[in-house]
Design a protein around this ligand. Structure first.
Ligand code: 26V
Length: 754
């Protein structure tokens, strides 16, 4: 018997499911899903959220949407009865890589949770033609290629709505594309993405090079184009203003259509500024309100009440500051407003560190945000505390009431139900399905900590996931890994503060120990997934060193029995969904105080990995929940690190000179074996970088890292049941890290929606 859904699917195909090609089935499913999502669009009564973000790393949508609409099992069954495979269909979908990493993925998780919780909340961003570059690792170096993800038909639907945006005196038409965001058993919201009709993909040259000055053709061509040169920096300002000006016009149009009178905007809209990329929405809204007759002081009050700001980093180099000359060139219409805001801020404080425009003529976007929004939040308890105590302490003194913490979260629909169906169904068989909507119910798993049958099942699911990852890696990259080894995984953006180089030095150390006859307690497969910013030389050198080391090890008959390094090419959401469920040991080893939160750490935990980490970001809150026996913590505390930076006395060379293990590992980088597997120039540069700078203090944590990782390996080898118990406890305690909880807190404290 055909269900109505099956009947509609067949109708959309125009032929039987069996006869339809995978392409036809995919298009029919796309249409069907859109129809079902459409039915869940709900009217908005009170305040509606607009989450403005330069990144929305949404990942593939077919399975996710089917799961959220409750159609997944039915469709998969119908397809399989017709000899078709849903997973194969999803292979046809390009991943929209509209984000760099955690910040963009967080925005995507938030949209899922808003819709799931039945809260009115839309996203506003850009429809980049090429998402983050596609990474190619041939010849041991990262090469970047354009990632053309757009197809003629896709999830984002073109509309007839265009908003005029004036950039450097010239008017451009920002066209609105709308993408349905369907919650799990909830409502449908919208991700609004803006684009220009005039973008010309043919201007892309070698790799990801293109003419950065031809705005009409390139404005939305790439996500975060390489900003190592001036034209790239200017292009980012152009992009940001396109996003916020079109976004602000959309917000006002929607609110006015619901009865807003401009001076009561805050009753209709809450605007969340995701990091400083959308900060120009503040002066832009003031400008637009002015055009509708609202005077400056009143507009400032309205905007402050409407907008809130999230800070996602304490790295000074990542806090955006634009030269006023550049802004005067690109957005002259905003400059008088920004100058007035600066003067207004100066009436509130004598503290020049909080001024918007500094003596060098730089416009500090975060300062504008803090003065002229009603809320500034950090993204994990430690991060917020550091903002209050040090990075933004002068602002905290001025506005203590504005500061609050919202610890990040992840959507359990994608990061458990979709990516790890076997674990999800085991959990459901034990505690029922309530955890899908109320993640804290995962706590009920604690009833099974001593149940050997349950623990054995946990282990066998993990083993199956490891085998599946091994098969996938073989298919994709032709490498074979040993599924019986312990899998340690570090997957995240490549950055020195995240310290992939610490993992690298450990692996060299391990190799040298094996060569000198000290065998480890268990074979280790070390998996990395990471993209480096195209202009970030040290990050690229670290990738290269890892690949060179993997070759050295693979060529050694003895060592390769005990260790293996795999670099997953082009790590993205799709790869993460394969990698994360297969992890035993989750590497979260940033220098304490530097990782604002991390969200990968939460995804690994939820999938039963045990964390090896520093007391940084949300690791602190993970440790608090699982207890010290179920996590491997090491390294300097954030307090120690902050004090050491303040003293400025850290000398990497002293550690290199005085510590045999560090010197041996660092020198190995440029030894015979590595140079025959890689580039002497790149390896030499990395070695020098470590000895002469090591800005993120790899060496002081090195020995502690070796000790804890060795301990984890011993525990894993000695008692698999105990390891499975730690794994179960990690899953049971992961409930807090659901983005549903995070969104409930934002709504309770900041947005007050609906
Ligand atoms: C940006 C830049 C730009 C230029 C130079 C170096 C650099 C380094 C870091 C960044 C990060 C920008 C903001 C960001 O992506 N933050 C991430 O946000 C996640 C979601 O809140 C959080 O989990 C990560 O810890 C945080 O790094």
């Amino acid at each position: 018997m055909n269900t109505p859904v099956e009947a509609r699917l067949t109708q959309l195909c125009g032929k039987s499911l069996r006869e339809a090609s995978n392409g036809e089935l995919y298009q029919a499913l796309l249409k069907l899903t859109q129809e079902c999502s459409e039915k869940k669009v709900a009217p908005v009564k009170g305040r509606k959220l607009y989450y403005i973000s330069a990144e929305f790393l949404i990942g593939k949508l077919l399975s996710n949407n089917l799961i959220n609409l409750g159609l997944y099992d039915e469709i998969r069954g119908a397809l399989s009865a017709a000899g078709k495979d849903l997973a194969e269909l999803e292979e046809l979908e390009n991943e929209p890589s509209l984000g760099n990493g955690g910040l963009g993925r967080l925005a995507a998780c938030f949209l899922d949770s808003l819709a799931t919780l039945d809260l009115p909340g839309d996203g506003i961003g850009l429809r980049y033609h090429c998402g983050l570059f596609r990474q190619d690792l041939k010849d041991g170096f990262q090469k970047e290629h354009p990632d053309m993800w757009l197809t003629d038909t896709g999830w984002a639907q073109r509309t007839d709505t265009v908003y005029p945006v004036v950039l450097a005196g010239k008017t451009y038409n920002a066209r609105l594309y709308r993408l349905a965001v369907t919650g799990y058993n909830g409502r449908t919201n919208t991700l609004n993405l803006f684009d220009l009709d005039t973008i010309d993909e043919s201007i892309i040259g070698q790799g990801i090079d293109f003419d950065k000055t031809d705005i009409e053709k390139n404005l939305t061509l790439f996500l975060y184009p390489d900003d190592s040169d001036r034209a790239g920096k200017l292009l980012r300002v152009y992009q940001q203003y396109l996003m916020v000006s079109a976004g602000a016009q959309l917000i006002l149009a929607e609110c006015v259509a619901r009865g807003c009178k401009y001076d009561d905007l805050a009753k209709y809209a809450a605007i969340q500024i995701n990091d400083t990329h959308p900060s120009m929405v503040i002066p832009e809204l003031i400008r637009l309100l002015g055009e509708h007759g609202v005077d400056f002081d009143k507009a400032v009050e309205i905007v402050t009440e409407t907008c809130a700001y999230t800070n996602h980093t304490i790295l000074a180099e990542a806090l955006e500051k634009w030269p006023r000359g550049d802004l005067a060139l690109i957005v002259p219409q905003l400059m008088p407003i920004i100058e007035k805001l600066d003067r207004l801020a100066r009436t509130r404080t004598q503290d020049s560190s909080t001024y918007i425009i500094d003596d060098a003529g730089l416009v500090h976007m975060a300062s504008m945000d803090i003065h002229f929004t009603h809320s500034t939040n950090g993204v994990a308890a430690l991060h917020t505390q550091i903002l209050k105590d040090s990075e933004l302490s002068n602002f905290y003194r001025l506005y203590p009431e504005k500061f609050n913490n919202k610890t990040n979260g992840i959507t359990f629909r994608r990061w458990l139900l979709e990516c790890n169906p076997a674990l999800a169904s085991q959990i459901e068989s034990l505690i029922g399905g309530g955890f899908k909507k109320d993640a804290r119910e995962l706590g009920k798993l604690m009833d099974y900590v001593d149940n050997d049958a349950v623990l054995a099942k946990f282990s066998s699911i993990k083993r199956d996931n490891k085998r599946a990852l091994a098969d996938w890696l073989y298919l994709k990259q032709g490498v074979r890994i040993n599924p019986d080894a312990m899998f340690s995984i570090q997957s995240k953006r490549l950055h020195e503060y995240k310290r992939q180089q610490l993992n690298l030095l450990f692996l060299i150390h391990q190799y040298l120990e094996i060569k000198s006859g000290h065998l480890p307690s268990v074979p280790l497969v070390s998996i990395f997934g990471a993209k480096a910013a195209p202009a970030y030389t040290t990050a690229k050198d670290i990738i290269h060193a890892l690949i060179a080391l993997s070759k050295v090890i693979a060529a050694d008959a003895q060592a390769s029995k005990w260790m293996q390094i795999v670099f997953v090419e082009n790590y993205n959401v799709t790869a993460a969904e394969k990698v994360i469920p297969a992890c035993d040991l989750s590497e979260q080893i940033s220098l304490a105080s530097k990782e604002a939160s991390g969200t990968g750490n939460m995804k690994f935990m939820l999938n039963g990995a045990v964390t090896l980490g520093t007391m940084d970001g949300a690791n602190v809150e993970i440790a608090e929940r699982v207890g010290e026996k179920n996590i491997y913590i090491f390294g300097q505390s954030s307090g120690q690190v902050i004090a050491s930076y303040a003293r400025g006395t850290y000398r990497a060379r002293d550690w290199y000179d005085s510590d045999f293990n560090i010197r041996r590992a660092v020198d190995f980088l440029t030894g015979e074996e590595m140079r025959s597997a890689g580039s002497g120039e790149s390896l030499g540069r990395l070695r020098a970088q470590l000895i002469d700078s090591d800005w993120f203090q790899t060496f002081p944590d090195f020995n502690a890292y070796v000790v804890r990782k060795t301990q984890a390996m011993q525990d894993y080898a000695a008692d698999p049941v105990h390891w499975a118990r730690m794994s179960l406890i990690n899953v049971a305690k992961a409930g807090f890290f659901s983005s549903d909880r995070t969104i409930e807190e934002y709504n309770r404290d900041i947005w007050h929606l609906g």
